[in-house]
Design a protein around this ligand. Structure first.
Ligand SMILES: NC(=O)c1ccc[n+]([C@@H]2O[C@H](COP(=O)([O-])OP(=O)(O)OC[C@H]3O[C@@H](n4cnc5c(N)ncnc54)[C@H](OP(=O)(O)O)[C@@H]3O)[C@@H](O)[C@H]2O)c1
Length: 323
C-alpha cells in the first residue's frame, strides 16, 4: 500500500508518498481501507514542528526529537472496514466507518490500522466519506471545549477564527445549543459564517472586537491572536475564555486563571460518543460539513500547502478515490 511519510520536520515538500507493507489487524484491531482523510492544522503543525510559542522542546519530546517518531501522520480516516482482528465486536468487513487513532496518527495511508484504544463509528448511509471526514477535527474539539466551558442556551459566544475547521463546527454546534454567536473572520467568509448560523459577524481586517463595547459570556480563540490577557476586558463578569490555541506562557498562566478553559484530554474529545453524535447531527442535516478543497492522495503536498496558508475554510480533505 501507499502511505505519506514525514521523515524530517519541514515544509510541505518533506511529505513523500512511498510503498509500505499493508498492516495486519491483531486482537481488537480493525484495518480500514481509506476513502478520505484530512490534512488538519494539527498535522501541519507536526510536519513543520510549528509550535504556538515556547513549546518546541515539549513538542520534540512528544513527537520525536529530530524527526517524527510516527512518520505517517494523519488524525482521522473515513473508509471501509477491510479486515477485523479477533475480539472485535459491533463492526464487520464492509462497514463504512469514521475512525481515529488519536495522536498515534497513521491516517495518511491507503490502509489504516485502528487499534483497540482507537475510535471507529459507522457512517450513516446518507453521508459520503467526504462529508464524514470534515466533521470530527473541528466538531469534537468544539464539543469538548463547550462542555468544559459550560456553554448554555442564551450565552453570548464570540469565536475568533470562525471560518476554519474548528470555527465552522463551533458556530453550528453553539447555535444548536441555543447560544448567540459572534463570528470573527475576514470579510470574504462573512456570508458563509452567517449561513452556518452566526448572528453577528466581525471582519477582523476592519474591526477589532477587543475595542468594542459588547461583552461576551464566552470567547473562543482558534487563531491564537486573541489570548486571555487581550480579551479579558470584553468578557462579562464570570465569563470564560476557551483557549483552543495558546503559547507556553498562556498555557501556564491560564492554569491558575479560573476563567481560562483548556481541556487537554484527547480521549474526551476523540470518543465514540462525540463521533457518533456529530455523524448523527450531520445525517439529520442539523450540522453541515464544510470542505475547503478535496485533493487526490497523490497531491497531499498541495493539501499541506493549503493548510499552511492559514486561511482554509473548514476542512482540507484528501481523497483516495479516483475521479
Ligand atoms: N486545543 C485543541 O485541542 C485543538 C484542537 C484542534 C485544533 N486546535 C488548534 O486550533 C487552531 C485552529 O485550527 P483550524 O483548523 O480551525 O485552523 P484554520 O482552519 O487554519 O482556521 C484559521 C481561521 O483563522 C482565521 N484567521 C486568520 N487570520 C486571522 C486573524 N488575524 N484574526 C482572526 N482570525 C483570523 C481564518 O479566517 P479567514 O480565512 O477569514 O482569514 C480562519 O477562520 C489551530 O492552531 C489548531 O492547532 C487545537
Amino acid at each position: 500500500m501507499k502511505a505519506a511519510f514525514v521523515e524530517k520536520y519541514g515544509p510541505p515538500e518533506v511529505v513523500q508518498i512511498r510503498e509500505t507493507p499493508r498492516p495486519l489487524p491483531g486482537e481488537g484491531e480493525i484495518l480500514v481501507k481509506s476513502h478520505a482523510t484530512t490534512v488538519n492544522s494539527g498535522d501541519a503543525r507536526v510536519r513543520a514542528l510549528r509550535d504556538p510559542g515556547g513549546m518546541k522542546l515539549l513538542m520534540r519530546f512528544a513527537l520525536g526529537f529530530t524527526k517524527p517518531k510516527q512518520p505517517v501522520i494523519g488524525f482521522d480516516v473515513a473508509g471501509e472496514v477491510a479486515e477485523i482482528g479477533v475480539g472485535v465486536t459491533g463492526l464487520k468487513v464492509g462497514d463504512r466507518v469514521l475512525a481515529s487513532n488519536r495522536f498515534k496518527f497513521g491516517c495518511h495511508a491507503e490502509y489504516v490500522l485502528i487499534d483497540s484504544d482507537g475510535v471507529a463509528v459507522k457512517i450513516p448511509d446518507n453521508l459520503t466519506y467526504i462529508d464524514a471526514i470534515a466533521l470530527p477535527f473541528g466538531g469534537a474539539t468544539s464539543l469538548v471545549f463547550f462542555e468544559a466551558g459550560g456553554l448554555k442556551a442564551g450565552d453570548a459566544l464570540l469565536i475568533n477564527g470562525a471560518s476554519g475547521a474548528v470555527g465552522v463546527m463551533a458556530i453550528q454546534l453553539a447555535k444548536l445549543m441555543g447560544a448567540e454567536v459572534t463570528a470573527v473572520c475576514s470579510g470574504a467568509n462573512a456570508a458563509l459564517v452567517r449561513e452556518l448560523g452566526a448572528d453577528h459577524v466581525i471582519d477582523y481586517t476592519t474591526n477589532d472586537f477587543t475595542g468594542q463595547s459588547t461583552r461576551y459570556d464566552l470567547i473562543m480563540d482558534t487563531h491564537g491572536n486573541a489570548p486571555y490577557a487581550r480579551v479579558r476586558h470584553v468578557l462579562k463578569p464570570g465569563g470564560r475564555f476557551l483557549m483552543v490555541i495558546g503559547n507556553l506562557w498562556e498555557m501556564i498562566s491560564g492554569g491558575w486563571q479560573k476563567a481560562v478553559v483548556s481541556p487537554r484530554d484527547d480521549k474526551a474529545a476523540v470518543s465514540v460518543k462525540n463521533y457518533a453524535y456529530l455523524l448523527d447531527l450531520a445525517s439529520k442535516g442539523e450540522i453541515k460539513p464544510v470542505v475547503d478543497h478535496v485533493y487526490p492522495f497523490p497531491d497531499i503536498v498541495e493539501a499541506h500547502r493549503r493548510v499552511d496558508g492559514g486561511h482554509k475554510v473548514g476542512s482540507v480533505v484528501v481523497s483516495f478515490d479516483e475521479n
